[in-house]
Design a binder for this molecule. Structure first.
Ligand SMILES: *Cc1c(COP(=O)(O)O)cnc(C)c1O
Length: 436
């Protein structure tokens, strides 16, 4: 078997040296992989229980068209999400186009003119800047008279409780907490830390709505922010909870009133959750959620494998090789343009779709430098699938995430390393030397 494996890796362009190096690294990760498998096992049963408790039946897989009145599958799926997240209600729709849309919806439906929004964890995800109006934009919260305040994390990544207390005032209506670091260097927040932050905020102002941007965090731990006091958790179905199968969609799970507000905003006052045909996507929504715990585990293993490989080769990695994980994103600082390009070319070459395509840096709207992206996904732009992107600017870091299966994530990382070796950015001597 060992030889058979080595042979097929050779056939796929991985030299025996690179393969053996990866194998050596893997032997040091057994305990961590076991812990990830245990989390996946727990979450698999949590999802299964939610499906059984809500009596998911064959009829739930059929969709509706037109207005979508009495869509059994849609309504049951929303009950399943509410059970998984232990919330009163949930809104899970293909009409929610992406994560940003889900977050904008949750914010815009629960804030009124004169209210204030607070982020106690620093700058939110890039796309939210225009939603809030930090960068001027048509239809932003700012245009509707919703003000915004932000308290940055301290230097060491801890919460600045003093300033958070000062920032909360009679106008503060909603607090937004981003779980994942996204493309920043701050640490990702554990569910436990989110719980501590929410407890502190509720102590100062009990009626404030605490919303968590849950993108990339679902099923990484056995609990979710809604288990530790969040009034709403919000995310994208083309990330973790869609399990790679959902072709579109977003979710908001939370308190009944919050979800209701979002539903009336998504469709219309008076209509709310009653309309919104599910079309043909319900089988993928259900099956994707069912697979999500194991898919998330695969992506996590890939992230940890990448951290360990690249840290051993001397590249700075965030999170580092040993840290516990609270999301599926891995940053690797390659330090040069050539390094970023080679890494992304390697990831692209590992893709099941468009694997023959060579990615190139381009001027992406909304970015202040060229960006190179590697994505050969079944669902366009899906970042639960193996993907990487890197802005072509100092410090020349790539952000790597996803992998629907662990073997594919493993291959993708070895393929990226192979690309760096082929270009002489990592020398053959480096990997052979470390191997011994
Ligand atoms: C991906 C992401 C978003 C936005 O989701 P899109 O689907 O890209 O619009 C928001 N917040 C975080 C932390 C994310 O990772």
């Amino acid at each position: 078997m060992k030889n058979q494996l080595k042979n097929i890796y050779t056939l796929m362009g991985i030299t025996p040296d690179v393969y053996t190096f990866g194998d050596k690294i893997l032997t040091t990760l057994q305990d961590r992989f076991e812990a990830i498998d245990a989390t996946a096992e727990y979450n698999q049963l949590k999802v299964l229980k939610a499906m059984q408790d809500n009596r998911v039946s064959e009829a739930c897989l059929l969709g509706t068209t037109g207005y979508g009145y009495n869509d059994l599958g849609r309504d049951t799926l929303e009950a399943v999400y509410a059970s998984v997240f232990h919330t009163e209600d949930a809104l899970v729709r293909p009409q929610i186009t992406c994560g940003t849309h889900a977050l904008a919806l949750a914010l815009m439906s629960n804030l009124r003119p004169g209210d204030e929004l607070l982020s106690p964890v620093g700058k939110p995800y890039d796309t939210l800047e225009e939603v809030i109006g930090i960068r001027p934009s048509k239809g932003s919260l700012k245009e509707y008279g919703v003000t915004y305040r932000q308290v940055d994390l301290k230097e060491d990544g801890s919460f600045n409780y003093d300033n958070i207390e000062k920032a909360i005032n009679e106008k503060t209506r909603l607090v937004t907490i981003q779980r994942s670091k996204g493309y920043q260097t701050r640490p990702t927040l554990s569910v436990e830390r989110i719980g501590e932050l929410i407890a502190f905020i509720k102590m100062i102002k009990p009626d404030v709505i605490c919303m968590v941007d849950n993108c990339y965090g679902e099923f990484v731990e056995t609990t979710e922010p809604s288990d530790v006091g969040a009034d709403m958790v919000v995310g994208s179905l083309i990330k973790n909870p869609g399990g790679g199968l959902a072709p579109i969609g977003g979710y908001i799970a939370g308190r009944k009133e919050c979800v209701e507000n979002a539903a009336y905003r998504l469709t219309s006052p008076g209509l709310g959750k009653e309309v919104g045909a599910s079309l043909g996507v319900l089988p993928q929504f259900y099956q994707g959620l069912f697979l999500a715990p194991v898919v998330t585990a695969s992506a996590l293993k890939g992230a940890i494998f990448a951290a360990n490989i690249y840290e051993r080769l001397g590249f700075p990695v965030v999170p580092n090789a040993k840290e516990t994980r609270h999301d599926i994103i891995q940053a690797v600082t390659l330090g040069t343009q050539e390094g970023v390009i080679a890494f992304c070319e390697g990831i692209q070459a590992a893709a099941p779709v468009d694997g023959h395509v060579k990615p190139e840096p381009w001027d992406m709207p909304g970015y202040d430098s060229k960006v190179i992206m590697a994505a050969g996904a079944f669902v366009s732009g899906s970042s639960i699938e193996l993907s990487a992107d890197g802005p072509i600017k100092h410090p020349y870091a790539v952000y790597f995430q996803g992998g629907l299966t662990w073997p594919h994530a493993k291959f993708g990382i070895l393929r990226s390393l192979q690309a760096l070796v082929d270009k002489g950015i990592v020398t053959a001597e480096q990997i052979v030397e470390i191997r011994q």
